[in-house]
Design a protein around this ligand. Structure first.
Ligand code: C5P
Length: 295
């Protein structure tokens, strides 16, 4: 019997590097970034039903449940692409904070594409799913690959890398949200010295050199985030004071992660910071982004 329900684990990401390069004729920026899945995830429950319509319910009341939701977009794009007149009932259990730079909405959209495609009998090959993913958002294609990956172009050119040596992290989100479009425009106003951070990170990963990975963590957006939001600077300092070997802004912010040397110090740091920030979680790097987890 074919299944009509599936549960999908949709993991968040951090950027181990993020170089924002030139502005493109389409208004987007070219990027060079190493993206990395982490063990912090939303759970998406998808059920195929016989009557038309896309219905989303969530454990969080403040997320949109209509066409603005990336999961809704992914669902209707896929139904249209395959000409299905099925309806879909979706439960979105959010754990990844939004406006954090952790890619929650993008991961959920990728999970929706893969999960719904499966329920429909896999009518679309991977390259067609990529095309739909790129229409939803710049970093959605990455989540179809997951793990450790080199991301280029607008975010749509994704190349799988060797898995990074596992890192123990604490993620902290201060009480500020940084709109992605604002961060890009602010960055464009600054004259920056170009570094070759992403190529050095790729080399560190290739040689499985954990120390070099930690030494080459870099994010162009950190400059504008630290300058504009003192809370980001404080979060980095708090993580460093609790023993983080390095700290870095997640994507375009506003979450920050710290890298720790053992699970003991990771959990101790997370415990100390809980209550001081709206969101604190200890986590580890993982080798995949999307995982089916049964019904
Ligand atoms: O595609 P996405 O919705 O993630 O992008 C949000 C905004 O971030 C875009 O409207 C654009 O202003 C900016 N952006 C960019 N270059 C990228 C990705 C995003 O300028 N590669």
């Amino acid at each position: 019997m074919t299944k009509n329900r599936i549960s999908v684990t949709c993991r968040a990401k951090v950027n181990l590097t993020l170089d924002v390069l030139d502005r493109r004729p389409d208004g987007y920026h070219n990027l060079a970034s190493v993206m990395q899945s982490i063990d912090l995830a939303d759970i998406l429950r998808i059920e195929l039903v016989n009557h038309p319509g896309i219905e989303i319910t969530s454990n969080q009341s403040d997320i949109p449940t209509g066409p603005d939701n990336t999961v809704h977009k992914a669902c209707s794009l896929l139904l249209n692409a395959v000409g299905s007149d099925n309806g879909v009932q979706i439960t979105l259990e959010k754990h990844i904070p939004h406006q954090a730079g952790l890619g929650g909405g993008s991961s959920d959209a990728a999970g929706m594409l893969v999960g719904l495609n499966y329920l429909l009998g896999n009518p679309l090959p991977k390259d067609e799913l990529y095309k739909l993913a790129a229409q939803i958002g710049s970093d959605v294609p990455y989540f179809l690959i997951g793990g450790t990956a080199l991301v280029k172009g607008r975010g749509d050119v994704v190349e799988k890398l060797l898995d990074v040596p596992q890192l123990q992290l604490v993620i902290v989100k201060p009480d500020v949200g940084i709109p992605t479009a604002w961060a890009y425009s602010r960055l464009a106003e600054l004259s920056r010295k170009r570094t070759a951070s992403t190529s050095a990170m790729v080399e560190a990963i290739h040689t499985k050199d954990r120390k070099s990975v930690v030494d080459h963590l870099f994010n162009d957006f950190e400059l504008v985030a630290v300058e504009e939001f003192p809370a980001i600077k404080t979060a980095k300092q708090d993580l460093a004071d609790l023993g983080a070997e390095a700290t870095l802004l997640c994507g375009s912010g506003s979450a920050v992660f710290g890298v720790f040397s053992s699970s003991t110090v990771t959990y101790r740091a997370a415990e100390q910071l809980a209550g001081r920030y709206p969101f604190v979680v200890p986590t580890i790097t993982t080798t995949s982004a999307i995982m089916f987890s049964g019904v």
